[in-house]
Each structure stands twice: as structure tokens, then as C-alpha cells.
Design a protein. Structure first.
Length: 112
């Protein structure tokens, strides 16, 4: 992911939490806020409740990769924050991918 396509700052996350809409399923919670940019920006949050650093980083990698591979299927111009739930430890790549696509479909940003 390019630097411009990431949410990194605390105030960016807070803005999405406060003004955006949330969608949830078994593994993930997604916050979505329309922006005026020509690309989507992604922020990933994994709490210490999920596990130790190795597990948290694995879950982050799965989420980022699933989002990257399916970015072409999504409408552009959104700030997206994805929060991993504790159950995401059990999830494999396909589970995370399905979860992201399901949440995007719920939100109405899936092109298909």
C-alpha cells in the first residue's frame, strides 16, 4: 500500500470513528467515512486483547493483504478503519477476505 493510502494519525482514526458508519461481523468491525479523494485510505487496528505482538501483526498482515487484493472491487473515495475482533485469531486468509467483502457489501461500496 502506498503511504497516501494509509491512515496513520490518531486524529484520522478518531474522525472516522466519530463521523463514520460502522458495520460488523464475526471477525471484523469496519468504520467507513466518505472523503473527497480519488482513492481509499485504510487504517487497521488490532487490540492487545487479540493476542501478543506476533499474533496481532499476523492479523494485520492478513487484513491488509485481503484489502489490497480486493481494492479494485470497491468504490473509491472512502476512509476505512478495520478493527480486528478477538475471534480473528482463528481466521485464515479466506475468512478475513470473505469478512471484508461482506462488510463492504453491507456498506454498499462493493461494485459487484
Amino acid at each position: 500500500m502506498k503511504k497516501q493510502e494509509r491512515l496513520k494519525k490518531k486524529y484520522e482514526f478518531k474522525k472516522v470513528y466519530k463521523l463514520g458508519n460502522s458495520y460488523a461481523d464475526r471477525y471484523l468491525v469496519m468504520y467507513l467515512l466518505p472523503s473527497n479523494q480519488k482513492y481509499n485510505r485504510l487504517g487497521v487496528s488490532v487490540s492487545k486483547k487479540v493476542g501478543k505482538s506476533v499474533i496481532r501483526n499476523r492479523v494485520k498482515r492478513l487484513i491488509k493483504e485481503a484489502f489490497r487484493k480486493n481494492a479494485g472491487k470497491l468504490d473509491k473515495g472512502f476512509d476505512i478503519v478495520i478493527i480486528a475482533r478477538a475471534r480473528s485469531i482463528e481466521a485464515c486468509y479466506d475468512d478475513i477476505k470473505r469478512s471484508i467483502l461482506k462488510l463492504c457489501k453491507k456498506a454498499g461500496i462493493l461494485k459487484e
